[in-house]
Write a protein that binds this ligand. Structure first.
Ligand SMILES: Nc1nc2c(c(=O)[nH]1)N[C@@H](CN(C=O)c1ccc(C(=O)N[C@@H](CCC(=O)O)C(=O)O)cc1)CN2
Length: 296
């Protein structure tokens, strides 16, 4: 079997087009323009690229983008003061602090200082709790993107065996909650899981989010399974720099029914879902109906 390749770039472009249509209507009918504030502390090169792309795509869908670039040595007090101002600003519907933060800043403290209604990353402890208890929340962007692609491919996910490899707060745990809410039977596996290979072989849906280059080979994949590769690992091979996922793409694509590539799979969906979440936050802030198909 050769797997169907799930094209995240095309999917993300479609999500952005839907967001743009809603934004146009919000402006025309309600006189509202959703606004997203992105805060970057320090000069991490990958983060700078992500933040630049976030700002560019925010403007492209017709929203207002507010970028705050702070020096690496910014104090916690100054960062919290900025977030407090953004929380109070009615033009800002979404706030995002780019991760990772420099080591002297307490990420949990910073994230939990964001107004949960504006927490478009879905990382605030209130949103984590709401998601875990099946209540309306802001949903983390990467898992939301994975869910959209899975729903599109399968229709219903009900009753499917899903294995999520990785237990991070940003991807693994929220992904598992979303799959559970869609009535999958969910296993969260990780580096200490016994016989990880056979756990993975039981998965109809295999989500790899461990951050270890090509850790999952094709013979861990159940024939016909859907493989969602969240890994973004920069490696050097034959003297060339390369981006690979957590799954060994070549061997897995021979066995799987469908698979996301790296690059061009899950990655582009992260920013598309950030825009969708900002739109959702704006609609909720103004008591308007939420955009259909763009939330969990
Ligand atoms: N506050 C947050 N910080 C971080 C998040 C997040 O969701 N919120 N996620 C990642 C970085 N990230 C967005 O911030 C992100 C990662 C990857 C991509 C992407 O499009 N990847 C491309 C490859 C791009 C490349 O060449 O590097 C792909 O997979 O095709 C977008 C956004 C950590 N921090």
């Amino acid at each position: 079997m050769t797997a169907k390749v799930i094209d995240g770039k095309a999917f993300a472009s479609n999500v952005r087009a839907q967001v743009a249509t809603h934004v146009t209507r919000l402006k025309e009918v309600n006189g509202l323009t959703p606004g997203l504030a992105v805060v970057l502390v320090g000069e991490d090169p990958a983060s700078e690229v992500y933040v630049r792309n976030k700002g560019k795509q925010t403007v492209e869908v017709g929203m207002n983008s507010y970028e705050h670039k702070l020096p690496a040595e910014t104090s916690e007090e100054d960062l919290l003061a900025l977030i407090s101002r953004l929380n109070a600003d009615p033009a800002v519907h979404g706030i995002l602090v780019q991760l990772p933060l420099p080591g002297h800043l307490d990420s949990d403290l910073v994230i939990n200082s964001i107004d949960p209604a504006k927490d478009v990353d879905g990382f605030h402890i209130s949103n984590v709790g709401l998601l875990g208890t099946g209540q309306k929340s802001m949903v983390p962007c990467t898992p939301l993107g994975c869910l959209m692609m899975l729903r599109d491919h399968h229709g219903s996910l009900s009753g499917l065996n899903a294995v999520v490899v990785g237990r991070s707060n940003i991807v693994g745990k929220p992904m598992a909650q979303l799959l559970l809410a869609d009535s999958c039977t969910v296993t969260i596996a990780h580096s200490r899981t016994k016989d990880l290979a056979s756990v993975c072989r039981g998965a109809d849906i295999l989500v790899a989010a461990v951050g270890r280059p090509e850790m999952i080979p094709g013979d861990w994949v159940k024939p016909g399974a859907t493989v969602i590769d969240v890994g973004i690992n920069r490696i050097e091979r034959d003297g060339k720099k390369k981006l690979v996922g957590d799954v060994e793409y070549g061997s897995a694509a021979e066995v799987a029914g469908a698979i996301t590539p790296v690059p061009g799979g899950v990655g582009p969906m992260t920013i598309a879902c950030l825009l969708a979440n900002t739109l959702t936050a704006c609609c909720r802030a103004h008591g308007l109906p939420e955009p259909e198909g763009l939330t969990a």
